[in-house]
Ligand binder design. Structure first.
Ligand code: FAD
Ligand code: EPU
Length: 336
């Protein structure tokens, strides 16, 4: 494995922030990770990158950036009900979804076209269109930096929540996910709670995995910006959760507020709607702005520095706080 110095990260993060890594390498297997460990790289500053689609670099990275290229899928078990697939962490997420759809494995299709890698999918428990990846995760395999050993953690211990997991909390900066084991159904099993999907696919005759995948791809490409055109990392903030009492107060003042009930009894508010209501949808300042079709996405119009994006995001959240008394929390991982 080659370790190179002074490498530009501009094409390795979808925000297209032009920073450099002091050291850079690509890992293609578990031995490469052990080699980095033996050479002491984990005792200094390090980060593993998948597709770079959920990070915001503030500055040059004064340590080693490890690009994940550990690839491959393996069918571990299959019976009349289910299949268990081991997918290595450097595989592209959407290549995995396509593989599942092609092989008639049910459960990943609603998550079509989410950028990034398999290995990052458990970290923020990626979700879209009524599905979260935790619903199909069986277990996660990782390298434990401290003990220098490979371990497996069962799904029940992963502390999955909305855009949350143990990997963003207790295990942050302590692990490298090497593969994820997924449990999918081999019998037809569709998740159609997202209204546009249930409307179209209410008729059983019209349903198929590939039809659903194609519909999701169509919706996503119409709503979300192409990272090749404008740097971005998808939703910059999480949708905030508030109590039913707070919600009643807001609903009286803003009857058209967009909200969803959560399992815990709280109410999730559309952060895009909040931002739009402050008048900042499509707002641009310097090289940075909100997307004019989805206010929750912050765009780098070219040449923006990480700090410019942070300042812009702080301005947005201050306006939302001022108008609604709601704090927005970034979803994107800020890298110092
Ligand atoms: P990276 O950005 O490379 O890394 C993210 C974080 O995970 C970093 O802290 C990194 O160090 C860590 N990490 C990455 N790989 C590993 C590993 N193997 N082991 C340990 N740590 C690791 N997200 C959603 O949930 N739903 C969406 O619908 C969605 N839509 C998006 C649309 C667009 C246009 C964009 C740009 C992003 C979107 N995202 C969405 C966010 C993003 O795609 C996901 O968070 C994705 O899982 C990030 O994967 P990645 O490989 O690019 O991670
Ligand atoms: N809305 C507005 N104005 C906007 C944006 C949204 O009013 O500018 C309202 C609309 O009523 C719209 C509703 O909010 O119908 C929901 O919007 P959308 O379907 O775009 O979903 P979201 O809540 O903004 C979340 C995820 C996305 C995921 C979509 C689809 C978060 C933080 N974001 O966005 O994930 O793709 O749902 O399920 O939960 C990401 O995490 O990066 C991401 C893109």
């Amino acid at each position: 494995m080659k370790i190179i110095e002074n490498v530009s990260l501009k094409n390795l993060n979808t925000f297209k922030i032009d920073v450099k890594a002091k050291f850079f390498c690509e890992v293609t297997n578990k031995e490469d990770i052990l080699e980095l460990s033996d050479e002491g790289f984990f005792k200094k500053k390090w980060i593993i990158l998948g597709g770079g689609s959920n990070v915001l670099f503030l500055d040059d990275f004064d340590g080693i950036v490890i690009k994940n290229r550990i690839s491959g899928f393996e069918e571990l078990l299959k019976d009349e009900e289910k299949v268990i697939i081991k997918a290595n962490s450097g595989e592209l997420w959407d290549v995995f979804v396509d593989y599942c759809v092609t092989n008639s494995f049910y459960g990943a299709e609603n998550l079509s076209l989410i950028p990034g890698t398999v290995g990052a999918s458990p970290i923020q428990n990626i979700g879209a269109y009524g599905t979260e990846v935790s619903e199909i995760i069986f277990s996660v395999e990782y390298f434990d930096i401290k003990s220098k050993s490979f371990r497996t953690i069962e799904k029940s211990l992963c502390e999955f929540g909305y855009r949350e997991s143990i990997f963003k909390n207790d295990l942050k900066n302590k692990t490298i996910i090497t593969s994820v084991n997924f449990k999918l159904s081999v019998k037809p099993n569709y998740k159609l709670i997202y209204k546009p999907l249930s409307d179209i696919f209410a008729d059983k005759e019209k349903r198929s995995l590939s039809e659903i995948r194609n519909k999701i791809i169509e919706i996503r490409t119409s709503k979300l910006p192409d990272t090749d055109v404008f740097g971005n990392a998808g939703s910059f903030f999480k949708n905030p959760e508030i109590t039913p009492d707070e919600f009643e107060r807001l609903k009286r003042e803003y009857p058209d507020i967009v909200s969803f009930k959560t399992e815990s009894g709280n109410v999730k508010i559309s952060a895009g709607w909040l931002i739009e209501k402050t008048g900042l949808k499509g707002f641009k300042k310097g090289n940075v702005g909100t997307y004019n079709q989805q206010a929750l996405v912050i765009l780098n119009f070219g040449g923006a520095k990480g700090n410019e994006i942070i300042q812009f995001s702080e301005f947005i959240s201050a306006e939302v706080l001022n108008m609604f008394k709601i704090n927005l929390t970034p979803e994107v991982n800020i890298i110092y």
